[in-house]
Ligand binder design. Structure first.
Ligand code: DQA
Length: 143
């Protein structure tokens, strides 16, 4: 059986392609996920997007103890910078979580330099556009 990887996208990322394309690019979320599915046939890639903090936490709880998953790739959007609850959810579960951002959060406004979730993730990838997701998946796969 193929292992699974869950990609979670948080608030406003459903608007990719239309939202501030000069920062986040012109690809939609469907474009990005479709490409990742084609790129990594050795794993089953699932995708979940929500604009609601509690729904993101529920999803992390749902898969976070399931050994079918190699891990979770999480772009928590602005909740990255604010959500202790999301950090607690990541710390609570057993699956590895990789933090990703399309933009380089350290090259942007100071409020975006702080990540509440970085310390409970196995690593963080920021600034490579859609390629950030690809690098995060590679980080979860065996060498
Ligand atoms: C983001 C960066 C966050 O600061 C921002 O709030 C987002 C997207 C990124 O992918 O670059 O919504 O996570």
């Amino acid at each position: 059986m193929k292992r699974k990887i869950l990609i979670i996208n948080g608030p406003n990322l459903n608007l990719l392609g239309r939202r501030e394309p000069e920062i986040y690019g012109r690809e939609t979320l469907d474009d990005i996920v479709g490409r990742l599915v084609a790129m990594f046939p050795q794993v089953e890639i699932e995708h979940f997007q929500s604009n609601h903090e509690g729904s993101l936490i529920d999803k992390i709880h749902e898969v976070g103890f399931d050994e079918a998953y190699a891990g979770i790739v999480l772009n928590a959007g602005a909740y990255t910078h604010t959500s202790l609850a999301l950090a607690d959810a990541i710390a609570a579960v057993r699956r590895k979580v990789v933090e990703v951002h399309l933009s380089n959060i350290f090259a942007r406004e100071e409020i975006r330099h702080r990540s509440q979730i970085a310390s409970v993730c196995i690593g963080s990838i920021s600034g490579f556009g859609a390629k950030s997701y690809e690098l995060a998946i590679r980080a979860l796969l065996p060498d």
